[in-house]
Design a protein around this ligand. Structure first.
Ligand SMILES: [Zn+2]
Length: 267
């Protein structure tokens, strides 16, 4: 019996490792590029049963993002949001907050569900919208082990994907040449999603950073810069003044070179 239990543990661990490896193998820079909405134009459709507070929060988030980036949100059926657009962000009322996937789908629409409780705060909606426009969690960066330690055994299995470290190339594009940002609205708190709530899921190597990790109050300067760099919003804030940031022009040039190298390797 003991042997069979050990065997099960070994098989489960191998399956998890295999799943993580296969996920990393799927990571590539071109695929990462395709998560973004072309031209920063997001055509959306709101469900009829969204409540007033949630609707107000959605509008506040869209207006906020439009004011600091070149992203544009257009309702389906209006002049710019074509009547029969095939790639649409459908926003529906849900029991909880749920994003179908990071970024847009290469073929077809994506679904964002907002629950009445979890979408009570505009910044919670903002976090979900950043996923929708292709931004990953900050603690999924390739270099995260220099900044946090993650207790993988204490992560709820249903949230395990949110802690998978992405490949180097994808991280180079996704982090947009900006330094690791404990204050990002896309960083989880130390408590995270634990099996055992008495133990943290993730601890920063700089202890005081625990105070800021998981904040859901504002976009950090690097959050804004990341969006603008990823979408090429060159008239907006690009974060060249952030300590440790690779200058935007340099990052763009290097990212292009890496994409070409990746294409070459694939052939
Ligand atoms: Zn998230």
């Amino acid at each position: 019996m003991l042997l069979s239990r050990q065997w099960l543990v070994v098989v489960a661990a191998a399956a998890m490792l295999g799943a993580r490896r296969s996920l990393q193998a799927q990571d590539n820079m071109r695929r990462e590029d395709h998560l973004r909405w072309p031209g920063g134009e997001v055509t959306f459709h709101l469900g009829r049963n969204l409540t007033g507070v949630v609707l107000a929060n959605i509008r506040e988030v869209m207006a906020g993002l439009e004011s600091v980036t070149c992203l544009r949100f257009t309702p389906l059926g209006t002049r710019r949001g074509a009547r029969y657009a095939t790639k649409v962000l459908y926003i529906r009322r849900g029991h909880s907050c749920y994003y179908e996937k990071v970024g847009r789908r290469a073929s077809g629409s994506v679904l964002l569900k907002l629950g009445d409780r979890c979408a009570q705060r505009p910044t919670a909606v903002l976090h979900m919208f950043l996923h929708v426009v292709g931004v990953r969690h900050e603690h999924q960066r390739y270099d995260r082990n220099y900044y946090v330690t993650v207790d993988h055994h204490n992560i709820l299995p249903s949230h395990a994907r949110e802690y998978i470290r992405r490949s180097w190339g994808v991280s180079y594009v996704a982090s947009a040449g900006l330094p690791y940002d404990y204050a990002s609205i896309m960083h989880h708190a130390a408590s995270g999603h634990p099996r055992d709530p008495r133990r943290p899921v993730m601890l920063p190597l700089v202890p005081c950073a625990q105070l800021i990790m998981g904040q859901r109050d504002v976009l950090s300067p690097a959050d804004v810069a990341r969006l603008n760099r990823l979408y090429g919003c060159e008239r907006h804030y690009l974060g060249d003044d952030i300590i440790g940031a690779v200058p935007y022009a340099t990052w763009r040039r290097r990212a292009s070179r890496l994409r070409r190298l990746e294409d070459h390797r694939r052939w």
